[in-house]
Design a protein. Structure first.
Length: 390
């Protein structure tokens, strides 16, 4: 009986996280002037009323309207959007906690493993990039950084857990290929594309590369490429809707083009970009350097590293043209992939604590990680002070 009560008590943390994030996002909607959540709620109601054409990435807006009771009024739509993104953050918390607890259970060095997993999973939802040089130069935290978390864009927040699952299942598939997992990967690809395709851009470059390295052009390669091919056809369909069928605000048509370093205009000078990258990912970078001899044969780390590199290359070289040129839509995959860098590195650090104890190297890494967390908490509070996510 006591064990059953304890299990029920443990489940309350998921409900608590949902309520916490519902309130946090509601506060952002209410008090932060410059953010995308209210805009996305407006888009959903305009699609419902016919004032705006159905978007290519329609799924999120459809769910917003569904959970608002198909209301075209402002308040139900805002409550619905808060519910959905709080639900997504709760799912991200649950997935993180579950995996962390699995890792902790292999060690005897942690006293209260469940509490550690809860606190670790919560922290991962608040970590942020160290704003150097962007804050000293421009007095901003977000713009010009490679952020692992955002608070202002509802579509990336909602797709986040599905992108994480796609990354994890692709890693599992690379280790041991099964047809059942292929079906799940296909489903996750469809969810990613029709919510926000940002992470799929990276996935469709990296996953085939790893498949080819393992299988070359054997049968297993082509079988595992089926979900990617299905996704590419869906992406082409979405591209056609967004850029060919949807009316634009100006006479100039939009598209996707190669334009190297266009997004680097965010920085005052080009050298700011690598400096910002290093400080944004300081914890995973230091972890990788200090443990390189140990992780050089770790497939998960190589998947993480190459995923981040491709993500940044997409950001640096590909942009939208026309009326959408300044929207910055080829940045969003960086949020997901940078968070994955923090997650994989932090879980590895927990393993090191279990195997090596609190040696100086691990203490240093933990201090750097806590600094990222402190910056994240400051960033959330700062949203209300400056009234913008920048």
């Amino acid at each position: 009986m006591k064990r059953m009560k304890l299990n029920n008590l443990k489940r309350l943390d998921v409900l608590g996280i949902f309520v916490l994030f519902f309130v946090l996002f509601f506060l952002i909607i209410r008090y932060v002037s410059f953010q995308d959540i209210r805009t996305h709620a407006l888009y959903a109601t305009e699609m419902l009323s016919g004032k705006r054409p159905i978007s290519g990435n329609f799924l999120f807006y459809l769910l917003v309207n569904l959970f608002s009771g198909f209301s075209t009024k402002k308040i139900p739509s805002l409550v619905s959007i808060c519910f959905l993104i709080a639900l997504a953050e709760t799912l991200r918390y649950y997935l993180s906690k579950k995996y962390i607890l699995k890792v902790l259970n292999t060690s005897t060095n942690f006293v209260n493993k469940y509490a550690v997993s809860v606190l670790s999973a919560i922290a991962l939802l608040f970590i942020f990039s160290i704003p150097i040089p962007v804050y000293p130069l421009n007095h901003v935290f977000y713009r010009g950084s490679f952020a692992p978390n955002v608070w202002h864009n509802s579509t990336i927040l909602f797709v986040f857990p599905f992108s994480i699952l796609l990354f994890y299942l692709s890693y599992k598939q690379l280790r041991e290929s099964t047809m059942k997992r292929n079906y799940w990967i296909t489903l996750l690809i469809l969810l990613n594309i029709f919510i926000k395709p940002s992470y799929f851009f990276v996935f469709t470059c990296v996953y085939p590369l790893f498949l080819f390295y393992k299988y070359q052009f054997k049968k297993e390669f082509w079988v595992n490429m089926i979900p990617v091919i299905v996704g590419l056809f869906c992406l082409l369909f979405e591209y056609y809707i967004i850029y060919k069928l949807t009316p634009h605000d100006t006479a100039e048509t939009s598209g996707v083009i190669l334009k190297p370093f266009y997004e680097s205009m965010t920085f005052s000078e080009i050298w700011h970009l690598p400096v910002s990258f290093v400080f944004s990912l300081l914890f995973p970078i230091i972890y990788t350097i200090l443990n390189f001899s140990k992780i050089i044969k770790n497939e998960l780390f190589w998947l993480m590293i190459i995923t981040e590199i491709v993500s940044v290359l997409i950001y640096l070289f590909i942009v939208e043209s026309g009326s959408r040129a300044t929207d910055g839509n080829f940045y969003w995959q960086i949020v997901v992939t940078t968070w994955l860098c923090f997650f994989v590195s932090f879980v590895a650090l927990l393993k090191d604590f279990g195997n090596e104890g609190f040696i100086p190297k691990n203490k240093l890494l933990f201090i750097v990680y806590i600094f990222h967390l402190a910056i994240g908490l400051v960033y959330y509070i700062r949203l209300f002070v400056v009234q913008t996510y920048c």
